[in-house]
Design a protein around this ligand. Structure first.
Ligand SMILES: [Fe+2]
Ligand SMILES: [Fe+2]
Length: 240
């Protein structure tokens, strides 16, 4: 039997030997209270913990938005002539490349956009969104190329700031339109079965690419970059 570790989509109650050996971290979670009927080694889904495809995609937008916040903080530092460790930009761009372009956007391109096209709905919006994915990948390549020289080359620094700003300018409305216009309509263009299958496909691909707890790992990486950039403490943004 393949062991499925807990992820954001499937919170499994791992009981007995399986939980003790394979997922010790789970033992600290409140959800491990074992139902009396559960047998040792049995896996059981917790009701109500399933994540729908739109919710899944919107959580990934949350990771994207946190990367955009890192970009904004980086641009502020460059504008103020403060020192900026170039690796904070390259690592943020790396997360965007790996998690957003090569995973999240592929999910949209392979699973979401074709359903709207097949249904003849929101096709103009889908065409723009798809073009923007392509444009976004190019801008990320540019950011990754320019960032290493940010301390030494003023021209590279200027071009980097322009590239980052164009990326933010495109992705804020891009993600907001998907969240508010496209994703809420997904249920109208797929059957209930396809909707469930889509959630499973997203999960399977994410496991293949990033491991069973890929989303949590990615979020932790972003949080680490936020700490280094000085934007992790959320309370600093509360007006006094
Ligand atoms: Fe998109
Ligand atoms: Fe998206």
């Amino acid at each position: 039997m393949d062991l499925i570790l807990p992820s954001r989509r499937r919170r499994l109650l791992l009981t007995g030997v399986v939980a003790a050996v394979a997922a010790p971290a789970v033992l600290t979670a409140p959800s491990v209270a074992q139902p009396k009927a559960a047998k040792q080694g049995e896996e059981k889904e917790t009701p109500g913990e399933e994540v729908t495809p739109p919710e899944d995609l919107m959580r990934e937008h949350g990771v994207l938005d946190r990367c955009l916040l890192l970009y904004e903080a980086g641009v502020r530092k460059l504008g103020a002539n403060a020192d900026l460790d170039p690796s904070l930009i390259t690592q943020s761009a790396g997360i965007i490349r790996d998690f957003i372009h090569d995973y999240h956007e592929k999910s949209e391109e392979h699973h979401v956009f074709p359903r709207f096209r097949a249904a003849g709905k929101m096709t103009d919006l889908v065409a723009i969104l798809e073009r923007q994915h392509e444009a976004g990948r190019k801008v990320t390549d540019t950011i990754l190329r320019l960032a290493p020289a940010v301390r030494s080359n003023e021209d590279d620094r200027r071009q980097l700031v322009a590239a980052i700003q164009s990326f933010i300018t495109m992705y804020r409305p891009h993600a907001a339109r998907e969240d508010t216009e496209l994703f809420p309509k997904l249920k109208d263009v797929v059957s209930a079965h396809e909707y469930d299958a889509m959630a499973e496909d997203f999960e399977k691909t994410e496991h293949e690419l990033f491991g069973a707890d890929g989303f949590e790992k990615m979020t932790a990486r972003v949080a680490g970059l936020e700490q280094q950039m000085g934007i992790f403490d959320l309370s600093q943004f509360t007006p006094r």
